[in-house]
Design a protein around this ligand. Structure first.
Ligand code: NOJ
Length: 746
């Protein structure tokens, strides 16, 4: 456990620094500005940057974000250090969500790989590139459990499951907090550039977000209110954050939303009672953008002064963007409305992070190849391709239409996303360049045999009717008519998911359905490739498409990753981490649901008059070009005493004729507990690779962590009684066994 990282040495140095600061400079350390937001003040004629620069020079700013590159970073650091070089360097932040220059798949896609270590590697690569531009604080990972595909930020999430999100939280934090000597590379100083949580040489801080409950916005509308019970908070929402803290996250971002009536950055229960007192978090809590100001909009603070006091007392150390701390804190301390010691505690934490990151010794960066080269680093391109292909989920493959034969004579690649280089970058890819992206069309062209004719037609726009609508469609039909197989690249633009990008309609937007229907009339085999930032509700597509490939927004190597799967150079092993609903009316729909008290069947059961309650595709689901058979679950000791663990195993065999990957999933249900339990919850998984005919015995050990419930007093505890455990290929399938934890003898 690395969460305790403030060593006596760091503490002493932070105290010495603190002692040099005026009250204004202390409030300055707690102030972060958005350098990218630069309006001109009509009264003074000064730009926002002019004003911030002046404040930086006085030591009244501790952090900035949204800078453009190393040169600007160094210039501002020089300003912060001052003429005498005695000032405190800035902590430069950035939303490095799924890559920097090298854009990797969106987090929801990376989650579908069920490969946290791979996500850790992409996070480390992103941090190396960002650090070369002076960024020492990445606002990632986003580990909000998300159960609503209408919510645009589901794209940035790990999906709906707390256990999987916890595994990714740990890997992502450790990955992004790279070692480094300011260059982010291994130069033999002991840092290996790979990231290992809080190492001796940590150079980048991660910022898990949004703490807490932001993913549960009512009706899937971003920033909407959240009604969150303490039970859901502790069972579902907090585990990934706790894991991130255990992994050594140096900072954390409080969410915009309220929790139990109190917006997160004013919520002492969240920021102090749980985070610091229960979990021992030593790092820095930052607010989300302008969230201190929003305490007034929320209606919990009458004015800026009250907002300032609420946030400080709750435990918010850094005020992102509002400027409220610097405007009010010094005066409030002088007036005796808040003790200076509270300010000192917050500033001490901020200075400790800066010391930990080595900013005092290395405030400047030497621009490296990452930032200046026209080409992306080869090792990052390779990683991006690996991440892209592992993120893809095969949802349907009727009649074995996939993999495509490379010698197919004519392949038509059709659709509004087929030739797009911008959309595959996905949301939050400020530093990515469309020129670096391999489109679906290009990927297919490069992978197909030289003799094959790969034709292209757009077919329609993603989300609008264009003047050329009819001729676009005619062109598509002509291309499809001449082809042996049609690849339809459909989905959403990069702007349709991410922050403030919510939808009430989860169908393919615009005229895409019309395109599918028209092409299908030609009777050619159809492979639908879906480039989206969220699960869609598209049951109708199954009637038209022989194969459906969920390809998300996969970043710079999108086209290669997709072509690898389409032609079978890579056998898809991705599995969904967010349920695909049958229709919008089912939302929120997620596997981790509770029983109702109602008996099944009859009229007065929990069902819809006009829809099944089953999803289109369940959590954990995904196909392969091979098949796997699960053997019986073996458990040598199906009855254990309280405090003991079960050891279970099942043999998994590749029964097909090609090598493939399987994600073996283990779920548990406590049959009768003191408080109601989900029907199933994920407690383990293994991604295995098996050659044709090969078998592997996969073992899970279920101890306290897997069997515990949160009881009525909110304590994690294992209760005696029966448990059902499944080992299988998705949340909807699998063999099960009944096990018993025996009650202690009276
Ligand atoms: C608001 C978003 O909620 C947060 O995720 C992001 O880090 C900040 N803006 C800064 O861009």
């Amino acid at each position: 456990m690395k969460k305790a990282w403030i060593t006596p040495d760091i503490r002493t140095k932070a105290q010495q620094l603190l002692a040099r600061l005026s009250l204004e400079q202390k409030a300055g350390q707690m102030t972060q500005y958005d350098w990218g937001f630069n309006p001109i003040n009509p009264d003074t004629g000064l730009s926002q940057r002019d004003v911030i620069s002046e404040q930086i020079a006085q030591g009244h700013v501790g952090s900035v974000f949204n800078l453009a590159g190393a040169e600007e970073a160094n210039r501002l650091q020089k300003l912060a250090l001052g003429e005498d070089g005695e000032g405190v360097p800035l902590l430069i932040g950035r939303d490095v969500i799924h890559g920097y220059r090298t854009v990797f798949p969106i987090p929801l896609a990376q989650a579908s790989a069920w490969n946290p270590a791979l996500a850790g590697a992409t996070a480390a690569a992103a941090s190396r590139e960002a650090l070369a531009d002076g960024v020492a604080w990445v606002f990632a990972p986003m580990i909000d459990v998300s159960r609503d595909p209408r919510w645009g930020r589901i794209a940035e999430s790990i999906g709906e499951d707390p256990y999987l999100a916890s595994a990714y939280a740990e890997a992502w934090v450790r990955g992004s907090q790279i070692d480094g000597d300011g260059k982010g590379n291994d130069d033999g100083d002991g840092g290996d550039g790979s990231g290992d949580g809080v190492g001796a040489d940590t150079a980048v801080a991660s910022c898990p977000k949004h703490y807490a409950g932001y993913g549960l916005a009512e009706a899937g509308r971003d920033y909407n209110t959240v009604d969150l019970s303490d039970r859901v908070l502790r069972e579902v929402i907090l585990p990934p954050f706790r894991q991130a803290v255990e992994a050594g996250a140096l900072t954390i971002m409080a969410s915009f939303n309220e929790v139990n009536g109190v917006p997160a950055c004013a919520n002492r229960y969240l920021l102090t009672t749980i985070l610091r007192e229960e979990w021992g978090f030593e790092g820095v809590v930052a607010s989300d953008y302008n969230a201190l100001q929003e305490l007034i909009t929320h209606g919990v603070a009458a004015d800026e002064e009250e907002a300032c006091l609420l946030a400080l007392r709750a435990g918010t150390d850094v005020d992102m963007a509002s400027g409220i701390y610097i405007r009010h804190l010094p005066r409030l301390v002088r007036e005796g409305k808040v003790p200076e010691s509270l300010v000192d505690e917050a500033v001490l934490r901020i200075l400790a992070v800066k010391l930990k990151l080595g900013l005092l010794e290395r405030p400047f960066v030497a621009p490296s190849d990452y930032a200046t080269d026209e080409r992306l680093p080869a090792e990052h391109i390779a990683l991006a391709r690996q991440a892209a292909r592992e993120s893809i989920v095969l949802l349907r493959n009727e009649g074995g239409v996939l993999p495509l034969s490379k010698s197919a004579r004519a392949i038509a690649v059709i659709g509004p996303l087929a030739d797009s280089r911008k959309d595959p970058l996905g949301c939050w890819a400020f530093d990515g360049r469309p020129d670096d992206v391999v489109s679906v069309l290009e990927g297919v062209r490069q992978a197909a045999d030289q003799e094959a004719v790969v034709s292209y037609a757009k077919g329609c726009e993603v989300d609008s009717d264009s003047a050329s609508g009819e001729s676009d469609l005619a062109e598509a039909l002509e291309a499809a008519g001449k082809a042996d197989v049609v690849v339809l690249a459909l989905g959403e633009t990069f702007e349709m998911s991410g922050e403030a990008r919510c939808r009430t309609n989860l169908d393919l937007p615009g005229g895409q359905r019309r395109l599918v229907e028209a092409v299908s009339k030609l009777g050619k085999p159809i492979v639908a490739v879906l480039l989206t930032g969220r699960p869609l509700a598209i049951p109708w597509l199954q009637e038209y498409a022989d194969a459906i490939v969920q390809a998300w927004h996969l970043g710079v190597q999108s086209g290669h990753g997709i072509a690898d799967v389409l032609f079978g150079d890579y056998n898809p092993g991705g599995r969904l981490t967010a349920t695909f609903p049958l229709n919008v009316g089912q939302v929120p729909i997620y596997y981790y649901r509770k029983k109702t008290g109602r008996p099944p069947g009859g009229v007065y059961t929990s069902y819809y008059l006009d829809s099944s309650t089953d999803p289109l595709y369940p959590f954990g689901f995904g196909l392969s070009y091979t098949s796997f058979r699960y053997g019986e679950i073996l458990c040598a000791k199906p009855r254990v005493a309280l405090g003991e663990a079960f050891e279970l195993s099942a043999q998994v065999t590749n029964t097909g004729d090609r090598e493939g990957e399987e994600v073996v999933q283990c779920y548990v249900r406590d049959e009768a507990a003191s408080v109601t339990q989900p029907l199933k919850k994920l407690v383990g998984f293994r991604k295995i690779r098996l050659k044709a005919g090969e078998s592997e015995v996969v073992t899970f050990v279920l101890g306290e962590e897997s069997l515990a419930i949160i009881d009525a007093d909110m304590n994690a505890t294992v209760e005696s009684g029966d448990f059902t455990v499944w080992i299988g290929p998705s949340s909807a399938e699998g063999e099960s066994v009944r096990l018993t934890v025996e009650a202690p003898a009276q």
